[in-house]
Design a protein around this ligand. Structure first.
Ligand code: S3P
Ligand code: PEP
Length: 455
């Protein structure tokens, strides 16, 4: 994707957004569905899989290990898995493009097999730290050959046999927690993960659903201890992937900051480890409601209704970060359209995402006339709203640094700014939310409408 010709995109002031829309399947659950399907013996059927570049790279990787992965004309996917320990040596290197979750979790799966697997990624993924995954894998006995600083490209080769470990996750990261558990699946004995700060729990929930022997306990001091018995026989499960709250976030904020708007995003995953943004927006005074709440496959879902709101600046404590880690760029846009200052703490992990999101957001806001202060791990945004008026000036072109969430966030800003906002490259949006621009237009947003009219 990084090789594609850049595709600039421009958003202009829009009002009266309305309608009901859905967003694609959750990215975290989609990656894991393919992985667990490849590990289970027999057929796993998946509906609602996110068909975006990140997840398609994981599907290709599971095929390279020998799993039969098919997309049916109904849109349903099926996998014929190989059983734990049953992966075969891939014939070529695995290219994960822009996908951190796909690459890191697959490293854990491949690393626990006694053959060599090589991992590649685009320029963004090749800059991201992989030591956080490689350190526990090395402890288990995996041989690693990586570029300096533990970056991609890299090659892993598992030992035979490997040793189960007890691992305290040093950064709040669901990817690290999941990687240790996924490697532990292919190692005899008990793998233990201690998580000081709770992060998204899709791996634990789904492993239980597939029949793994996994136990999750919270200690008196509030830590989570997860124990997994290795070499389970995983049983295929039908999976319905709920809509991604991290994608819904862009539309919800658009509904709140554009005048005279009233929109509904249907069937959004409301897992409590993913709802931090909704809580913060409510604290800011957002007119949000959850309708038609229901449960599917052990997860809570609901239709999220967002109406134009007068948002006020708030302080977002560091403890909120794991439950909204991918939502800070769009929260910063909501903050720019609020009255008063919003201060966000605990943002160190934003520096190692698809881009340095803290720097990218601060630069994009400043270019569009919004006052903000970038700290080492914090961001303070002074909202442009004042009693009776006030708008973000806009008018700039924002550098997206191969980061889908930076691209989507600044397009949403353009809908509520005085002058149009352009992003230098909208291609990367396809890594997580391929029909984002079309969905916003369906709600009535002015996204490239002038160019479309001229062509
Ligand atoms: O486990 C996952 O599916 C994810 C975990 C998060 O990353 P970290 O584990 O690095 O926080 C998140 O940013 C990413 O989009 C998806
Ligand atoms: C950080 C993200 O994804 P990943 O780590 O999977 O690249 C994201 O989607 O915002």
């Amino acid at each position: 994707m990084s090789e594609a010709v850049p595709r600039p995109s421009t958003a202009r002031a829009s009002s009266g957004l309305s309608g009901r829309v859905t967003v694609p399947g959750d990215k975290s659950i989609s990656h894991r569905s393919l992985m667990f399907g490849a590990l289970a013996l027999g057929e796993t059927r998946i509906t609602g899989l996110l068909e975006a570049a990140d997840v398609l790279a994981t599907a290709a990787a599971m095929r390279s290990f020998g799993a039969k992965v098919e997309r049916h004309s109904t849109g349903e996917w099926s996998l014929h898995g190989l059983g734990t320990g049953g992966f075969l040596e891939p014939e070529t290197a695995l290219d994960f493009g822009n996908a951190g979750t796909g690459a890191r979790l697959t490293m854990a799966l491949a690393g626990a097999h006694p053959f060599a697997t090589t991992f590649l990624g685009d320029a963004s993924l090749s800059r991201r730290p992989m030591g956080r995954i490689l350190d526990p894998l090395r402890e288990m006995g995996v041989e690693v050959i990586a570029r300096s600083g533990d970056r991609l490209p890299l090659t892993l080769k598992g030992a035979s046999p490997m040793a189960p470990i007890e691992y305290r996750v040093p950064v709040p990261s669901a990817q690290v927690k999941s990687a240790v558990l996924l490697a532990g699946l292919n190692i005899a004995g008990t793998t233990t993960v201690i998580e000081p700060v709770p992060t998204r729990d899709h791996t634990e929930k789904m492993l239980k659903g597939f029949g793994a022997d996994i136990e999750v306990k919270t200690t008196a001091s509030g830590e989570t201890v997860i124990r997994l018995e290795g070499l389970p026989e995983l049983t295929p499960q039908p999976i319905e992937v709920p809509s991604d709250p991290s994608s819904a976030a862009f539309l919800i904020v658009a509904g709140l900051i554009c005048p005279d708007s009233d929109i509904v995003v249907e069937g959004v995953l409301l897992n409590e480890r993913r709802t931090g943004l909704l809580q913060v927006l409510q604290d800011m005074g957002a007119d949000l409601s959850i309708e038609n709440e229901r449960e599917t496959g052990g997860e809570r879902l609901g239709d999220v209704r967002a109406r134009t709101s007068r948002l006020k600046g708030v302080t977002v404590p560091a403890e909120r970060a794991p439950s909204m880690i991918d939502e800070y760029p769009i929260l910063a846009i909501a903050a720019a359209c609020a009255e008063g200052k919003t201060v966000m703490h605990g943002l160190e992990e934003l520096r190692v995402k698809e881009s340095d999101r803290l720097a990218a957001v601060a630069a994009g806001l400043a270019a569009n006339g919004v006052t903000c202060e970038e700290g080492e791990a914090s961001l303070a945004v002074t909202g442009c709203k004042v009693p009776g008026g006030g708008k973000v000036p806009g008018g700039a072109t924002v550098t997206t640094h191969l980061d889908h969430r930076i691209a989507m966030s600044f397009l949403v800003l353009g809908l509520a700014a005085e002058k149009p906002v352009t992003v230098d490259d909208a291609n990367m949006i396809a890594t997580s939310f391929p029909n984002f621009e079309e969905t916003l237009r369906k709600l009535g947003a002015d996204l490239n409408e002038q160019e479309r009219a001229l062509s």
